[in-house]
Write a protein that binds this ligand. Sequence first.
Ligand SMILES: Cc1cc2nc3c(=O)[nH]c(=O)nc-3n(C[C@H](O)[C@H](O)[C@H](O)COP(=O)(O)O)c2cc1C
Length: 324
Amino acid sequence: MSNLLHGVSIGNVELPCNLFLAPLAGYTDKVYRSICLKHGAALAYTEMVSSEGVARGSEKTVVLMERGEGEKNLAVQLFMPDADTAKRSIEGAMAYNPAIIDINCGCPVPKVTKTGAGSSLLTHPKTIFEIVKVLVKGTGLPVTVKIRTGWDTNSLNYLETAGYAFDAGASAVCMHARTRSQLYMPTAHWELLKDLKSHFPDRMIIGSGDLFTAQDGVDMLESTGIDAISFARGAIGNPFIFEQAKALLEGRAPREVSLQEKKDAIMEHLRGLVDFLGDKTACREMRKHVCAYLKGIPNSAKVRQMVTCALTVSEYEDALAQLG
Ligand SMILES: Cc1cc2nc3c(=O)[nH]c(=O)nc-3n(C[C@H](O)[C@H](O)[C@H](O)COP(=O)(O)O)c2cc1C
């Protein structure tokens, strides 16, 4: 089992292991990325950042590229409809000194796909080639590409899109093993990750889809032969998943996470958000995270209810005190 856990290189970026935090809009801000890195993630992607917004210098957009505390290798995910937009965003993105640029070819949201970006790019794989080429040349950084298996089950073209990405110089391809039409629901098709790896045995393939527990991560690495995995929904409210997966891959039983550790993680997360966003916004933002942290914890309904109107750190402390 231990050979499934290993260091990896993405271009010239050397990473201590192959367990990553996936890009998650609304979740993987600099505060949560730092927490996950502290708990054993080797790399953490920003949420998707609009290249158009970066090119225009939009404050709301560029703040998403700020580096987190202790974040050595900042991996910025950009979305754009074409190579020209990608090119116009290079200067703005480079100002944040990223180590890796990722291209979003998987977002299924109509607001994004109707502009030609996100998973809409899967229907124009040559555009992916052009975008990768422009970003590799213009940034000099390793570029990774996040795809889905295809637009729908009648157009599974992951081998083609990955081929274009690698031909254009991509250092890795991450595949969310669902089509755009499948959104996030039916079971992910891990067998397609295995197929992708078998077609590109010498290229770095990262897997995503249905990694809800540490054991799921082990199973994906074992059953597909891919190089690395990225936890997404499984990491929301559970930064411990990285150390748990590491333990399993090292043949150790994962440590039980105590209630106190969860409470400490929530408060650390909240305080980080307060520094980043100010009290009110942080307390609002934190509500969704708390619900995830407390999932499955007995008698936590009252806490969840209390935080829905909490606007200060001390209100959060009071709410968590209910748990004993
Ligand atoms: C709330 C949410 C936000 C997401 N945001 C992004 C994003 O910004 N960029 C991206 O490439 N994928 C995004 N994804 C997709 C995830 O990175 C991941 O590929 C997907 O959730 C499948 O993994 P899972 O089944 O283990 O959650 C998002 C998913 C969710 C649920």
